[in-house]
Design a protein around this ligand. Structure first.
Ligand SMILES: Cc1cc2nc3c(=O)[nH]c(=O)nc-3n(C[C@H](O)[C@H](O)[C@H](O)COP(=O)(O)OP(=O)(O)OC[C@H]3O[C@@H](n4cnc5c(N)ncnc54)[C@H](O)[C@@H]3O)c2cc1C
Ligand code: SF4
Length: 426
C-alpha cells in the first residue's frame, strides 16, 4: 500500500458527526471504511463502499471532491483535508478485483435499461442484485457512456469500466451493444417482449450549436464528438477551443496528447467566469493551454475563426449579456476549432414512443422517483437533469432502482413483495 495512503488514513479524526459524509451526494461511509482499512479489513471496507455506490471506484477518480467529501473535511479548515478520494480509490480498486457477485436468478421479471452510462449501470447493478432479468441496450459498441466516450483515459482508465462490466456479466446482466432504441427497436417493442419496466438513461449527446456562419466547415468540430475518439481527427498543430467549462479542459488536455503544439481557449467573458474546476484549469495550463478572454466567435472561416472583443453588461437582476463590439473583428488563426459550449438530449426515443413527456429543451420529465408520464417507463441521469456529475447520476439512480422494484412488485409480483422489501431495506 502506498505510504501516503496509510498516512492519510491515519490523519482521519473519526469525527462523531463526519462532515465528509454529509458533503458526499451518496453519503459514502468514509470514516467507517477508513477504520476498516486501518484494521486490515479491506474486503469489508470495499464491500461497504460498493454496496453504497456501485461506481465508488469511478467516483474516486472523477468526483469534484473539493466541493464534496474533501471540501467538508474539518482538517481542511486549517490545513489539507484527508485525501479521501485516494483512500476510496485504493479500497475500491482492491475490492473490484476480488468481488464475487451473486448471479441473478432472473425470477422477478425482465427490465430494460436503455443507455449504459453511470445511471444505467447503477440501476442494472441494483436490479440484478435483486434477481431481476436485466438487459442493457447500448447504442455504442461498448458500455460506459461518458465514462468511456467522454472522460479521457488519463483521468479515468477504461480498465475501471471494463472490470465493472465483467462484474455485471457475472451477475447475469445481458448487454446488447450497437442497439439504439428508437432507431429500430422501440419502447413499445420492449413491452411487447415482456419487459416489465423500461429505464431511460440516455444522457445528453447532442452538441449545442453556436449558430454562426461557417459552423459546418471541415476544420470545425464539437467537443463531445471529438472526445468519443480523438485519434481519428487530424486537427493540425494550432487548435482553438470555444468555451471554458470542464469539457473544454478535457479537450485541451486531450488535444495536447494528440500532436497539437498550441492550444487556445477562447472565452467570451472574463477569467472569473470560467466554469471548469480550478484544478482542471491548472492542469490545462500546465499542459500549455493559453486563455483568451472577452473574445466571441462571430464566424468560422478558412484558416481559423473570426473573433470580436466583447462587452459584458450585468442588469439589476444580475443577468449578464455578452455583446461583440462592432469593428473589433479579427481572424484568430487556427488549424482546427472545437466548440465546447454545452450538450442537450437527442429525441430518438421520445419521437418513436408515445406518451413520454419532455420539457422545452427535450429533457425527460419525471417525478422524484424517476417515473415518467408513461406507465412502466422510468428515467434519470443527464437526460432528466441536464449535464451534471457521475455521483449525482448514481444518487438519483439508487432511488429509481427502488421505484422500479416497487412498481414491478406492485403490478406483477405478489409473491415477491416481501423479498423485494428485504432487498430494499439492505
Ligand atoms: C467530457 C465530459 C467530462 C466529464 N467529466 C466529469 C467528471 O470529471 N466528473 C463527473 O462527475 N462528471 C463528469 N461529466 C459528467 C458525467 O459524465 C455525466 O453527468 C454522466 O455521465 C451522466 O450519466 P448518464 O448515465 O445520465 O449518461 P451518459 O453517461 O451520457 O450515458 C448515456 C448512454 O446512453 C446511450 N444512449 C443514448 N441514446 C441511446 C439510445 N437511443 N439507445 C441506446 N443507448 C443510447 C449513450 O450511448 C450512452 O452510453 C463529464 C461529462 C463530459 C461530457
Ligand atoms: S463518492 Fe465522490 S464525493 Fe463521495 S466520498 Fe467518494 S469521491 Fe467523495
Amino acid at each position: 500500500m502506498s505510504k501516503h495512503i496509510i498516512d492519510d488514513a491515519k490523519r482521519c479524526l473519526q469525527c462523531k458527526n463526519p462532515l465528509c459524509t454529509k458533503g458526499c451526494p451518496v453519503a459514502t461511509p468514509i470514516k467507517e471504511s477508513i477504520s476498516l482499512l486501518l484494521d486490515s479489513r479491506i474486503p469489508e471496507a470495499g464491500e461497504m463502499l460498493l454496496a453504497n455506490n456501485p461506481l465508488s471506484l469511478v467516483c474516486s477518480h472523477v468526483c469534484p471532491q473539493e466541493n464534496q467529501c474533501e471540501g467538508h473535511c474539518v482538517l481542511g479548515k486549517k490545513g489539507s483535508p484527508v485525501h479521501i478520494s485516494a483512500i476510496e480509490e485504493y479500497i475500491s480498486d482492491y475490492y473490484l478485483n476480488i468481488y464475487k457477485p451473486k448471479k441473478s436468478n432472473n425470477s422477478r421479471g425482465r427490465v430494460a435499461i436503455i443507455g449504459s452510462g453511470p445511471a444505467g449501470l447503477t440501476i442494472a447493478f441494483y436490479l440484478a442484485q435483486r434477481d431481476y432479468d436485466v438487459t442493457i441496450f447500448e447504442q455504442n459498441d461498448q458500455v460506459g457512456g461518458i465514462l468511456r466516450y467522454g472522460i479521457p483515459e488519463f483521468r479515468l482508465p477504461k480498465s475501471v469500466i471494463d472490470r465493472f462490466t465483467e462484474r455485471l456479466y457475472e451477475m447475469g446482466v445481458k448487454i446488447k451493444p450497437n442497439a439504439t432504441i428508437g432507431a429500430n427497436l422501440t419502447v413499445d417493442d420492449l413491452f411487447r417482449d415482456d419487459f416489465k419496466a423500461v429505464f431511460i438513461g440516455t444522457g445528453v449527446w447532442r452538441p449545442s450549436k453556436i449558430n454562426i456562419k461557417g459552423e459546418s466547415l471541415g476544420h470545425v468540430h464539437y467537443a463531445i464528438e471529438y472526445l468519443r475518439n480523438p485519434s481519428v481527427y487530424n486537427l493540425g498543430k494550432r487548435v482553438a477551443i470555444i468555451g471554458a467549462g470542464n469539457v473544454a479542459m478535457d479537450v485541451a488536455r486531450t488535444v495536447f496528447r494528440h500532436d497539437a503544439e498550441e492550444v487556445y481557449i477562447l472565452c467570451n467573458k472574463g477569467e472569473s467566469t470560467i466554469t471548469a474546476r480550478p484544478h482542471e484549469v491548472e492542469y490545462a495550463k500546465i499542459d500549455g493551454a493559453r486563455f483568451e478572454f472577452y473574445k466571441s466567435a462571430v464566424e468560422f472561416v478558412d484558416g481559423g475563426v473570426m473573433v470580436a472583443d466583447t462587452e459584458v453588461t450585468v442588469d439589476e437582476d444580475g443577468y449578464e449579456t455578452v455583446t461583440p463590439i462592432p469593428g473589433t473583428e479579427n481572424l484568430f488563426n487556427a488549424d482546427s476549432v472545437i466548440i465546447a459550449i454545452s450538450q442537450g438530449p437527442r429525441a430518438v426515443i421520445v419521437s418513436s414512443s408515445k406518451g413520454i413527456d419532455v420539457d422545452d429543451v427535450g429533457l425527460v420529465k419525471t417525478d422524484e422517483s424517476g417515473r415518467t408520464s408513461r406507465e412502466g417507463v422510468f428515467a434519470s441521469g443527464d437526460v432528466v437533469t441536464g449535464a451534471k456529475t457521475v455521483v449525482e447520476a448514481v444518487r438519483i439512480a439508487k432511488n429509481v432502482a427502488n421505484a422500479i422494484d416497487e412498481y414491478i412488485q406492485t403490478e406483477y409480483g405478489e409473491g415477491a413483495k416481501q423479498e423485494g422489501k428485504e432487498a430494499l431495506d439492505t
